[in-house]
Design a protein. Structure first.
Length: 57
């Protein structure tokens, strides 16, 4: 399983907003889970999240 880090920076009216996403990817299934941070998360290893998705059995 691989963990893919995605950092999205949006700028609206001169104010940047940073959102971090981690996608967990496997060879056969593709993306099996993803975690999205809250807005303006400074830490790469965040504990609070705004969205969590996973492949359910």
């Amino acid at each position: 399983m691989l963990r893919v880090k995605i950092v999205l920076t949006r700028t609206a009216a001169g104010v940047p907003s940073i959102t971090r996403t981690y996608a967990f990817v496997t060879e056969c299934f593709g993306t099996v889970a993803s975690v999205v941070s809250k807005s303006n998360e400074l830490s790469e290893e965040f504990t609070g999240f705004s969205e969590l998705r996973r492949l359910a059995p």
